[in-house]
Design a binder for this molecule. Structure first.
Ligand SMILES: [Zn+2]
Ligand SMILES: [Zn+2]
Length: 264
């Protein structure tokens, strides 16, 4: 199994040393562990959300030196980048500053509103929830189309606080999956949702089945913000993948994807 969504203390809301995350991955005998800390936000600086731009080089160097410190663990250097409409060129420039193994593209903001941040949870009151989901999935589709990202992060993050529309969102989801498939982007099974009010993985099992039907490849991520969260609930993630029909996952080397069997 692989864990391709690991944060570091640089983001201001994660704890522990990077080496402790790798130790945990080794304890769990993960096949690969991929750091994917938050790329600096380009529209504002918030030390509780991401590293500063001047820390990016040091983050990469720290990941590289862990590869020497832990020769028996396959460590990948990735990044989680926000999709911010209007900032595509600047995002591309930052992502080109290093040869990352993989780039996760995530939508955490809708017109500057950090909808997954408990400090701004009041914002949900201003929305009809179905329209909010439509807007969110529209942004995810746009993110996939940019070509900036290899993996869509926590595909249905908008459900985090358990605000769910009454109407069926399947048509919305199918629309976005068509675009993700067309763009050749993967989706991650992210177990962090199990630790959030919604109490479900991202994506949920219904959407995961639609991902399989659309032939969209998957990776796995715990979204660990503490060393003990590495590989968390991966037994559940693996069974969800199998139940959806998957028998393979994707690993990346310098942004080149390769399939491996789910059970390796
Ligand atoms: Zn985070
Ligand atoms: Zn995220």
């Amino acid at each position: 199994m692989i864990d391709y969504h690991i944060h570091t203390a640089r983001c201001g809301h994660a704890q522990g040393e990077m080496a402790d995350y790798v130790e945990r991955a080794r304890e769990l005998s993960l096949k690969e562990v991929g750091f994917a800390d938050h790329l600096p936000l380009l529209f504002k600086q918030d030390p509780t959300l991401t590293m500063r731009i001047d820390q990016l080089g040091e983050y990469i160097q720290a990941a590289e030196s862990l590869k020497k410190e832990f020769p028996d663990v396959e460590i990948k250097t990735g990044i989680e980048a926000d999709y911010l409409p209007g900032f595509e060129d600047e995002t591309a420039r930052l992502l080109k500053s290093y040869d990352f193994d993989f780039v996760i593209g995530s939508v955490h903001f809708i017109d500057g509103w950090g909808f997954d941040d408990s400090r701004y949870i009041d914002g949900y009151k201003d929305w009809d929830i179905y329209s909010l989901y439509a807007r969110y999935f529209g942004l995810v589709a746009d993110a996939a189309k940019t070509g900036l990202f290899d993996i869509i992060g926590h595909l249905d993050l908008i459900k985090k606080y358990n605000f769910k529309p009454d109407a069926d969102i399947t048509p919305l989801v199918k629309g976005v999956l068509d675009i993700i498939k067309g763009a050749g982007v993967c989706v991650e099974i992210n177990t962090a949702g199990l630790r959030k009010p919604v109490g479900e993985m991202y994506p949920g099992t219904d959407i995961l089945r639609l991902c399989f039907e659309s032939d969209i490849p998957i990776t796995f991520g715990s979204d660990a913000h503490k060393p003990e969260e590495v590989g968390k609930d991966f037994d559940l993630a693996r069974s969800a993948a199998k139940e959806a029909g998957y028998d393979r996952l994707v690993v990346f080397n310098k942004r080149v994807p390769e399939y491996i069997m789910l059970d390796t």
